[in-house]
Design a protein around this ligand. Sequence first.
Ligand code: HEC
Ligand code: HEC
Ligand code: HEC
Ligand code: HEC
Length: 325
Amino acid sequence: MDVKGLNYACTTCHVTKAHKISGRYYSRPAPGRHQLALPADDGERLACESCHSRSPHKKSAILNHHTDKVACQSCHIPRYARGGVYTKMWWDWSSAGKFTKDGKAIVKKDKNGKLAYHSKKGDMRWDANVVPEYFWYNGSMSYLHEGDRIPPHEGPLQLNSLQGNYNDPGARVFPFKVMRGKQPYDPVERMLVVPYLFGKKGTGAYWADYDWKKAAAVGMREAGLPFSGKVSFVETEMFWPITHMVAPKEDSLGCAECHRRNNGRLEHLTGFYLPGRDRWQLLDTLGWVLSGLTVLIILLHAGMRLVSSARRKDADTQGEVDHEK
Ligand code: HEC
Ligand code: HEC
Ligand code: HEC
Ligand code: HEC
């Protein structure tokens, strides 16, 4: 989009037809059944492939070979929040409501001048040049809605969960920002609460009375949802697909960023064989047997050459002697 580059407007890619904007991630997967949607061809779909096709690399067949399993964005957006901006990564509401001894609001900034704590909002963390997290994704996700019971979960509660895995032909490795934090919920009804935040003192508004129970009671009543009177905090995470901020081609991901034994970007993606990262016992054993055989053959070959060259030397010396004679 850079004015020094192609200078695209949003709508060059997001073509519209009667208020329908293409590339609506959350309602419909972009590379739908056609895979090669063209802008303006279908009001709902947009993908990098719309302009570039699935074989955009002229020089490298191996890169084109990846596009069925690895999304363009995974290699072409090596980091997000680039160019001097910060993005919020963590927001802990449970630590809100602390004040100085004389009742003043506490405001702390981090070394980059970004808000690190505020009495109204709790603790937060910001980051720049962030390495995305990668997951299998087929373009569909399911959401936890207002009023849904919190399902049993291990680890943080997922506010949205991604669909797709290695065996799903529509799924590819896709980069995400994962927004993490802690949010208030009702441990008895097992429901995230809708707190009443903004209002006058005495109305129960959290930003005036600083009482989560009162704020939740008002909020849940307004939302028409049950509330037990108890508030706890649960750690949550939300997955945001990354598709803008494509870097210049020189900055695309190098092979070893994914294909290496340790600390590769796809380290935690399991269920498939990734050359360079994984060890497959049979393949490894076979490899060693083959290497062993190769060494043996080389040795044998070298041995034979030594013998034959020694013979030739003998013959040569013989020849020279003859010649001198
Ligand atoms: C080079 C093409 C291109 C340009 C220019 C572009 N986008 Fe996008 N955008 C995409 C693609 C591709 C997607 C992913 C769509 C999908 O898979 O459904 C996307 C997704 C989105 C989404 C969906 C939400 C999300 O983050 O996933 C929004 C909103 C959006 N773009 C807004 C904008 C705005 C606003 C602009 C201009 C400032 C813009 N886009 C410019 C290609 C582009
Ligand atoms: C509206 C059409 C359009 C869409 C959609 C689009 N591109 Fe492009 N892109 C272009 C054109 C045109 C060029 C310049 C010619 C070229 O290099 O192929 C370009 C250039 C590029 C380059 C080379 C940049 C450089 O440094 O020379 C990369 C990489 C790239 N696009 C990746 C993507 C990715 C990834 C997406 C999806 C997020 C995307 N494009 C979506 C039209 C598009
Ligand atoms: C496995 C990583 C990977 C994937 C997946 C990938 N690319 Fe690339 N791409 C690269 C690398 C690396 C380069 C730089 C090659 C060079 O020019 O040296 C590149 C270069 C490009 C270029 C510049 C033209 C060229 O031939 O050098 C465009 C345009 C492009 N990619 C678009 C895309 C699109 C669109 C997709 C998805 C259909 C995609 N790429 C998928 C790694 C990838
Ligand atoms: C974003 C991570 C990523 C990057 C970067 C990447 N690869 Fe891969 N590569 C994968 C994944 C995932 C697979 C597994 C695909 C499958 O099983 O179908 C794979 C598979 C392969 C394979 C196995 C054969 C095949 O094509 O299925 C080879 C060889 C390979 N990559 C070489 C490369 C080379 C060379 C580069 C650099 C030019 C590269 N890869 C860059 C993720 C990556």
